[in-house]
Write a protein that binds this ligand. Structure first.
Ligand code: DP6
Length: 374
């Protein structure tokens, strides 16, 4: 079908100025990936988690998304009109998910279907490799959409220092795009899901920065890229497998109990307990996948070798380092700032040779989503 160029329709006089954000505008947001400590695995209804989760917000592994918009001549389309480029190239394989998300967003932001959107995204890390790329991508896009909503309603653009209400709204819209995305908004650490913790909710995440013991204030995450290819099973398919997983109920109880323990650990700085709980959670996630039908083994031989090396290093050095895993073969080595010098030597000597092409990402906790000044 021939595409018609979007041109302004009969506008009320006060908004005929094409520099008016109600006719066209742009904004750019950066959003990081996050690494879950207590894992979200299993969902119900509209992207609600079967158990609460806690994550550390990362910094270098992030998505940068520029959203531009133009008012259409033929408003109120059935589907939101958009073009999507990834590192400047069209990516048809991402379009269906983005279309579904934008169409869902049009019930939250009713004006959306009156605009042609241009979305350009870039990642600093390989997508679909087990690093939560949907978390950074969907949260960056949600932040940009909320910013656009402010601007097309003639409100002030969103201030980079987000208000609590705006952060909550971005988080809940992010959740609709990808569950884990709702945690990426907040600096340092976030909790998603209803728990005894004040203001926690299944609908959005909340920041945990204010409860962190200094040991957890500048935690590092070395993301060890064992395999940079596509994941064997998508997270969405993995969540679905939990519906018939025989251990599902036990798992949800275990996760709820681990959340309470982890909240205490984060407050008190109990690093030894942190190490045990974090590794147990990672292994439970993979055990659940193995026990699904069909069962998946997502660890590669080098993932297992990395796990052994990390445990040996912990014993020999006495340092509180540990691993965690996402739903893929890459391993994350978590460690506090005071261990950094020795850990970097260990990574270079023992872990880099186990990574695909020696690649790893030297990441750490970061500030959450950020607006880029144009
Ligand atoms: C293993 O958030 O990617 O990384 O909601 O279907 O987009 P969707 O799934 P997603 O699942 C993440 C699963 C996990 C654990 C976690 O991040 O908590």
């Amino acid at each position: 079908m021939k595409k018609t160029n979007p041109t302004p329709i009969d506008m009320p006089e006060e908004i005929t100025d094409s520099t008016d954000a109600r006719i066209q505008g742009t904004c750019t947001w950066i959003s990081p990936s996050n690494i879950a400590l207590v894992k979200y695995w299993g969902k119900k209804h509209e992207q609600l988690p079967c158990n609460p989760s806690i994550s550390f917000t990362l910094n270098h592994a992030h998505t940068r998304t520029q959203l531009s918009w133009e008012l259409l001549t033929t408003p109120r389309r059935e589907h939101v009109a958009f073009e999507f480029t990834f590192h400047g190239q069209r990516k048809p394989e991402f379009e269906q998910r983005i279309q579904r998300y934008l169409d869902r967003m049009s019930s939250e932001i009713p004006e959306l279907s009156n605009y042609q959107l241009h979305i350009d995204s870039e990642n600093t890390f390989p997508h679909s490799s087990g690093i939560a790329s949907s978390a950074s991508a969907m949260s960056a896009l949600s932040a940009a959409l909320v910013d656009m909503d402010h601007q097309i309603r003639g409100l002030e653009p969103i201030h980079p220092d987000l208000s609590a209400d705006t952060a909550q709204w971005i988080s809940s819209l992010s959740r609709l795009g990808s569950g884990s995305a709702c945690r990426s908004i907040f600096p340092h650490a976030a909790l998603w899901g209803q728990t005894s913790f004040p203001d926690s909710s299944d609908l959005y995440a909340i920041g945990l920065e204010h409860i962190l013991h200094p040991h957890f204030y500048h935690f590092h995450d070395a993301i060890l890229l064992v395999d940079q290819g596509q994941k064997a099973v998508s997270s969405s398919a993995g969540h679905e497998l939990m519906e018939n997983n025989p251990y599902a109920t036990i798992r949800y109880d275990e996760a709820r109990s681990n959340i309470e323990k982890l909240l205490d650990i984060l407050r008190t700085g109990a690093l030894e307990e942190f190490v045990l709980l974090t590794e147990a959670e990672a292994l439970s996630l993979h055990a659940l996948m193995m026990a699904s039908s069909p069962g998946y083994i997502l660890m590669h031989p080098n993932t297992i070798e990395i796990i052994h090396r990390i445990r040996e290093f912990r014993t020999s050095s006495g340092l509180p380092v540990c691993f965690t895993l996402d739903a893929g073969p890459n391993a994350h080595l978590l460690y506090p700032e005071f261990a950094r010098k020795k850990v970097l030597e260990f990574i270079q000597a023992e872990l880099v040779p186990l990574c695909n092409e020696g690649r790893w990402i030297d990441d750490h906790m970061g500030p959450g989503i950020q607006k880029i000044n144009q």
